[in-house]
Design a binder for this molecule. Structure first.
Ligand SMILES: [Zn+2]
Ligand SMILES: [Zn+2]
Length: 305
């Protein structure tokens, strides 16, 4: 699973930092979390295959998290996209998606665009396939805000291809059946058990996305034992009161939450524009005082889990 952080600036972009958006790519499908203005440029810079995008999840209706939708959707339409695309977000996102789709005329886009609005305070599953689920929980911000967690279901164990070659198992459906846990009988009558070739199931990977928010229990639940937590850290400790007023987090608070939740990797993002390249070092020091391996996101940073 590959996570690309497309933008790390809060509220307004800077020369070096774009607005909130994060791409998660796995097994030929991809998910976009937030879509700040300029996201389509960042997707190009990241070399992302936009055609694989099937779901866009919006956290809240502050412009820095969703004003990139019209441009991105319009470009997908001009690129002759045909597959349906779903937008999930808080109450009110439907009106915006409706506007994009029907302005200046009905069905301006050549593909099906659906929208799911989450009621305020929603907690539960928003998307489920055979391989993964995405759950959402409310965060604590000035507007209704949803955090998300994408988690894979346990994956089949790894297949020992060298051993399969030794045993003379043909390339073809036999190998797929073994991976799915079925016993097979070869043409010469030998019976092969999946346990001979397939390791134990591997746990699924997980990613939590929590922005914008004050320190809150919803974020902690989403971050519990997650492989990678991307959490906002708009301010340093010196502005803790401002963080409280505007319902954002300081980087120290975010690191404390990551540690308490047992997140395996903590990445901070959504930095106030007052933190330029020099000043951002202070944020790093504050985070690492709590979690020595805390990571500060930079635009287009990619992390594999
Ligand atoms: Zn924001
Ligand atoms: Zn916000």
């Amino acid at each position: 699973m590959r996570i690309t952080i497309l933008g790390t600036s809060s509220a307004t972009p800077t020369f070096k930092r774009a607005l909130s958006a994060t791409l998660v790519e796995r097994e030929g499908e991809s998910f976009l979390f937030d879509c700040g203005e300029g996201t389509q440029y960042q997707l190009m810079r990241a070399g992302a295959r936009r055609g694989r995008l099937g779901t866009i999840l919006v956290t809240h209706l502050h412009g820095d998290h969703y004003y990139g939708l019209p441009g991105l959707l319009s470009s997908l339409g001009l690129n002759q996209r045909e597959q349906a695309l779903q937008v999930i977000g808080p109450a009110g996102i439907g009106r915006f998606v409706d506007f994009i789709q029907n302005f200046p005329r009905r069905f301006s886009l050549p593909f099906e665009l659906t929208c799911r609005e989450l009621p305020t305070g929603f907690e539960g599953v928003v998307l489920e396939t055979d391989e993964l689920r995405i759950v959402s929980a409310p965060l604590d911000h000035r507007l209704p805000t949803q955090g998300y967690r994408l988690e894979e279901k346990p994956r089949p164990g790894s297949f020992d291809a060298a051993r399969a070659d030794e045993l003379g198992i043909p390339f073809g459906p036999e190998r797929g059946r073994l991976i799915r846990g079925e016993t097979i009988t070869l043409a010469d009558g030998r019976v092969i058990e999946p346990a001979d070739l397939v390791g134990p199931p591997r746990p699924g990977r997980s990613f939590a996305y929590c922005t914008d928010t004050r320190l809150c229990l919803g974020a902690k639940r989403l971050a519990q034992d997650v492989d990678l937590l991307l959490h906002e850290a708009t301010y340093g400790e010196e502005f803790w009161q401002l963080a409280e007023e505007r319902r954002h987090s300081t980087i120290r608070q975010a690191a404390v939450l990551a540690r308490a939740a047992g997140a395996r990797t903590f990445v901070a993002t959504h930095f106030s524009t007052r933190y330029d390249r020099e000043k951002i070092k202070e944020l790093e020091d504050e985070a690492r005082a709590v979690l020595p391996d805390a990571i500060l996101a930079t635009d287009l940073m990619t992390i594999e889990i």
